[in-house]
Ligand binder design. Structure first.
Ligand code: PLP
Length: 380
């Protein structure tokens, strides 16, 4: 049996997304910047996709910029946001994805900003009063705090953070890569200045993404070149990616609460059976709290075990179970997770992130728990 539990790294594409993309690989191949009919029909399709994304998020099409994925969208928001608004100080958290952390660290090294890292407790929680104190002390700040953590699933109250940001005239960027397509983002009411998406996290194509930047917080381009994306991102558009991400988002919104209920059932069943069958099992961050964590992620900490130490992902892989130790770039068992390190996770215990999609079943969970029991209880 093969079980795919690494949906926070990437998801399988929905067949309907592939169907929507196919004509743009076969017949509609024109360059959208060309003025002839081959180009114009593709330009029209891109603008239709932009309108669809904007409609779903309750934003204006002029606030949506297609990118090559979440990483580029994060880089654009941070680098250009800081530059365009004369920002000298940034607030973030040690649990952010490297697309955010490394970008801000580079800006700090170059002397462009002073960087403040928030404190986190052993569950990975931050405190908004620390954000407020930092905002009071630093009048031109950017805040970058993710909606949901990709490793332990902790959810941040981005609306509350956004209201704080607004009150202090700051720029608020939130990395929403793990929640886009899984939660409703109503940008008319949600107090964010910039959010991002990567299509492959919600059954769309890899190498597709977008950035939302609020109209009154306009930023300069990050990638210079042609006049594509209304002068905001040079380079011939990834047409099939744009068609695919818009279709994937449309499908996600068609039955979001149905998908959520189905995946929550899977996660709840996983927690319950692990608690029942594997003594000593623990959960990292807030991932076992159904209200405070992303419903697609469960980060499990297993009791110390000499036979599995450092080999757990490998042992699961042999049994046909694909899971991960952290974010995609550090999913090899030997590279430590900066998130678990920040939570002071006991290095004697192996941790594994199981992440779910609507293509998973309860049988997948029973299979994985059965194999974990085989791996851990033989020693007992
Ligand atoms: C929270 C978060 N931000 C950013 C990214 C990067 O997105 P992409 O792979 O689309 O560049 C990821 C992907 O793992 C992520 O989980």
């Amino acid at each position: 049996m093969k079980v795919y539990f690494d949906n926070a790294a990437t998801t399988a594409m929905d067949d309907r997304v592939i169907e929507a993309m196919l004509p743009y690989m076969k017949t509609h191949f024109g360059n959208p910047s060309s003025v002839h009919s081959h180009g114009r029909e593709v330009r029209t399709a891109i603008e239709k996709a932009r309108k669809k994304v904007a409609e779903l998020l309750n934003a204006s099409p002029s606030e949506i910029f297609f990118t090559s994925g979440g990483t580029e969208a994060d880089n654009t928001a941070l680098v250009s946001g800081i530059e365009s608004h004369g920002i000298t100080h940034a607030i973030t958290c040690p649990l952010e994805h490297h697309a955010v952390l490394h970008t801000l660290e580079v800006l700090e090294k170059k002397g462009k900003i002073k960087l403040s890292l928030l404190d986190v407790n052993e569950k990975g929680e931050i405190h908004l009063n620390q954000v407020e104190e930092l905002l009071k002390a630093n009048p031109t700040s950017l805040i970058s705090l993710m909606h949901a953590n990709n490793e332990v699933g902790n959810l941040n109250d981005i609306n509350a953070i956004g209201e704080l940001s607004k009150a202090h005239g700051a720029f608020f960027h939130s990395d929403t890569v793990q929640t886009m397509g899984h939660y409703v983002h109503d940008l008319k009411t949600l107090a964010v200045d910039a959010i991002v998406a990567g299509g492959h996290k919600f059954h769309g194509p890899k190498g597709s993404g977008f950035l939302f930047v609020r109209k009154d917080k306009k930023i300069h381009p990050f990638i210079h070149g042609g006049a594509q994306e209304r002068n905001m991102r040079g380079g011939t558009e990834n047409v099939i990616g744009i068609i695919g991400i818009a279709k994937a988002l449309e499908l996600a919104y068609e039955d979001m609460s149905g998908h959520q209920a189905q995946i929550e059932k899977i996660k709840r069943h996983f927690i319950e059976t692990l608690n029942k069958e594997l003594p000593g099992v623990e959960f990292n961050g807030l991932s076992s709290d159904m209200d405070k964590s992303l419903y697609t992620v469960l980060n499990v900490s297993l009791p110390p075990s000499p036979t599995n130490r450092g080999m757990l992902l490998f042992n699961l892989d042999i049994e046909g179970i694909s899971a991960s130790g952290g974010s995609a770039c550090s999913s090899g068992a030997t590279v430590g997770s900066h998130v678990l390190r920040a939570l002071n996770h006991n290095p004697e215990r192996d941790s594994v992130r199981f992440s779910f999609s609507r293509f998973n079943t309860l049988e997948d969970v029973d299979y994985a728990v059965g194999k974990l029991k085989d791996l851990y209880l033989v020693e007992a």
